[in-house]
Design a protein around this ligand. Structure first.
Ligand code: DGL
Length: 268
């Protein structure tokens, strides 16, 4: 049975969503988190919407069986393709990363021209444009898929010269269009913040939806009377669909000691 002390489920296609899990743990220190990273099937970015929806449903159903009280879809691509399906099929509250990121971008922009970068799947879905225009129809939105950023981060090429050159190429249209706010619409991109910021210059604000999503997760738990007690001691679980050792090593880069061990669960 789900109670206030049940964990919050967080999932991503791999380890990138730990940026969101980290922010949930920081902002909600009494909440337990059960994180699932689909490392066996990453990346989701180039996959079809149907496939990403199927994977997302499998993970959500697994996390529901683990007794989570709410679900945070930390993956932008899964949010873009599967959020409505998950909201329809699950009885627990579900939050994605796109609406919180869009709200933060609209608050930040001064010239009404917002850029969005993400995976091919996220950009093709048009989900960010829809979320932004639902808040403010007069916005100008410029989008750009940056598929090479994910493997660069996975390889740890965070501040290499090659990464900078690729960023210059990808971000040239964003610079040309005089965007003043850029949404980092992919779990991995916050790790490239220094490179992206140095290519775009100090006048462009970078929006990392992890912070905003954690903030809205707190509000969602309150609204559903599901928040953990302020005396609760959290206990976190990390589950990967492949190679737990790799997950542990990379995960410690994101979370330090908060991640001590990784379980394995194969889905599909
Ligand atoms: N987690 C994905 C996202 O935020 C990036 C990695 C992938 O392509 O699976 O869109």
């Amino acid at each position: 049975m789900v109670t206030n002390s049940s964990p919050v489920g967080v999932f991503d296609s791999g380890i990138g969503g730990l940026t969101v899990a980290h922010e949930v743990m920081r902002q909600l220190p009494h909440e337990s988190v059960t994180y699932f990273g689909d490392t066996a099937r990453v990346p989701y970015g180039p996959k079809s919407p149907e496939t990403v929806r199927r994977y997302s449903r499998e993970i959500a159903s697994f996390l529901a069986d683990q007794g989570v009280k709410a679900l945070v879809v930390a993956c932008n691509t899964a949010t873009a393709h599967a959020l409505p399906t998950l909201r329809e099929s699950l009885t627990m509250p579900v939050i994605g990363v796109i609406e919180p990121g869009a709200r933060a971008a609209v608050r930040a922009t001064r010239n009404g021209h917002i850029g969005v970068i993400g995976t091919v799947g996220t950009i093709k879905s048009g989900a960010y444009e829809r979320a932004l225009r639902a808040i403010e129809p007069s916005l100008r939105v410029t989008t750009r898929a940056c598929p090479l950023f994910v493997p660069l981060v996975e390889e740890g090429w965070i501040d290499s010269e090659a990464t900078r050159l690729i960023a210059e190429e990808y971000l040239a249209p964003i610079l040309r269009e005089e965007v003043d706010t850029l949404v980092l619409g992919c779990t991995h991109y916050p790790l490239l913040k220094p490179t992206i910021a140095s290519v775009l210059g100090a006048d462009v604000r970078l929006i990392d939806s992890a912070e905003e999503t954690a903030n809205e997760t707190a509000a969602m738990l309150q609204q559903h009377c599901l928040a953990a007690s302020t005396t609760a001691e959290p206990s976190h679980r990390f589950i990967a669909s492949d190679d737990p050792l790799m997950f542990l090593q990379l995960g410690q880069r994101f979370l330090g000691d908060a991640i001590e061990s990784v379980e394995v669960k194969t889905l599909g």
